[in-house]
Design a protein around this ligand. Structure first.
Ligand code: GAL
Length: 409
């Protein structure tokens, strides 16, 4: 009996100690939260600490009011993401990156992404896909046709005989729903209806842009479908690491971690072969300038691409901790490292840029003044059965991540 009374008293004492510990923990957390809230230049988010550097030249950032309008009955806007010395702006029209500002080797803020300073030019004809998320199938599908589970699907042919970047009105021309999650992150969502642009299944897709610490831009893709479909999502940002509109990218130094690439026919559809880059203009396993072989007219692949416009088979095998590519701006010293979970990288050297568009800071999109590093599956995968599959089935959760990490040399 006495033993039972002692046990009950001990239990009460333990409860009181636990409650006291909980109260101390609760008060400490509350004080910490209030302190963080009161400090407007710093707060914690799920995966990153946001510090905004007051020395950033905000005049490089386009004005949000130039992006605020209604398109297809939906509100468009500009979302500004900040972390330390890096700032990125994104519009929900096409889920596009509009600007990426990072310091150069002298600490000067430099906008390395080609874009417009208002939403209106993005909506005009002849899409260049500046900064856009392209889909449902980024890159080309031969003759705009593919067969899935014995059924043939027909897409718009908007690039010679082929379908390119999702068709006539792909994801680059849709108004996405946007939710700014924090100072450094925005999530964009889009529901692509069953049959939209000829693709089967209702696709629910999210793209989250996060400016992480150490000047990194992380892009997370997620998607689900209610019927089997094909999917190849990528970002089509045009980079010039010396600053957008500052001249050609010919002297940029490029490294691509790929021993093989997928050669193409004259319409840029892969032949289905994996060819070694050794002793070809496609050997970027050691850093090389773009200029070194971009005009090598003795190489048929360079002729077909009008320069570089090819898919590289990454050695990284979907491991985002291994570098997929590195590019260095010769004048700025800005380095961009690319990491991705995707198996391929389309290196496009701006061969179709022709100076016909006025980009930010009143510059022109002149020939080869920017390049794209589009992390993705190989082109025309739905018709190429030796390529990794791009099919997404109901019940599966598609997820992929790409990081563009900036530094200086
Ligand atoms: C690239 C494609 C190029 C060109 C460009 C847009 O992704 O590989 O051939 O179409 O987009 O001008």
């Amino acid at each position: 009996m006495l033993q039972n009374v002692i046990t009950v008293l001990n239990t009460h004492a333990n409860c009181l100690t636990n409650m006291k510990n909980f109260l101390i923990y609760f008060i400490t957390i509350s004080i910490f939260a209030i302190a963080c809230n009161n400090n407007s230049t710093m707060h914690n988010t799920a995966d990153t600490t946001v510090k905004t550097d007051s020395s950033i030249d905000t005049s490089l950032i386009p004005l949000p009011k130039n992006f605020q309008t209604t398109i297809d009955g939906k509100q468009t806007n500009l979302y500004i993401l900040k972390n330390g010395k890096m700032q990125v702006s994104v519009t929900n029209y096409g889920a596009r990156i509009v600007s990426i500002i990072v310091p150069d080797k002298n600490g000067n803020p430099t906008d390395v992404a080609v874009g417009y300073d208002a939403v209106e030019p993005y909506t005009k004809g002849g899409d260049t896909y500046f900064g856009a998320i392209v889909g449902r199938y980024g890159n080309r599908i031969a003759k705009g046709k593919f067969t899935l589970n014995s059924k043939q699907y027909t897409l718009a042919t908007n690039n010679g005989p082929n379908s390119l970047h999702g068709g006539t009105k792909g994801f680059s021309r849709k108004v996405w729903d946007a939710q700014q999650i924090s100072d450094s992150s925005v999530m964009l969502s889009y529901i692509s209806g069953d049959g939209e642009e000829g693709y089967p299944g209702t696709l629910n897709v999210q793209v989250t842009y996060t400016v992480a610490s150490n000047n990194k831009l992380k892009i997370d893709y997620a998607a689900t479908t209610d019927k089997p479909t094909v999917l190849n999502l990528t970002n089509h940002c045009y980079f010039n690491l010396n600053g957008q509109g500052s001249g050609t990218i010919n002297k940029h130094l490029v490294m691509i971690n790929a021993d093989k690439y997928t050669p193409v026919d004259s319409t840029l559809i892969p032949t289905g072969k994996f060819e070694s880059v050794k002793a070809t203009p496609f050997d970027f396993t050691k850093p090389s300038t773009i200029a070194a072989h971009v005009n090598d007219s003795t190489n048929q692949q360079i002729k077909f691409g009008k320069g570089y416009d090819h898919n590289f088979v990454l050695n990284t095998k979907g491991d985002p901790s291994v570098k997929a590519a590195e590019v260095i701006g010769d004048a700025s010293g800005i380095v961009m490292n690319v990491y991705t979970t995707q198996p391929g990288l389309q290196f496009y050297g701006g061969n179709f840029m022709d100076g016909s568009h006025t980009i930010k800071q009143n510059k022109k999109d002149n020939y080869r003044t920017a390049f794209c590093m589009e992390t993705q599956h190989y082109p025309d995968s739905p018709n190429q059965h030796n390529f990794p599959s791009t099919e997404l089935k109901p019940g599966q959760q598609f997820a992929s991540t790409t990081i563009y990490a900036f530094s200086v040399k």
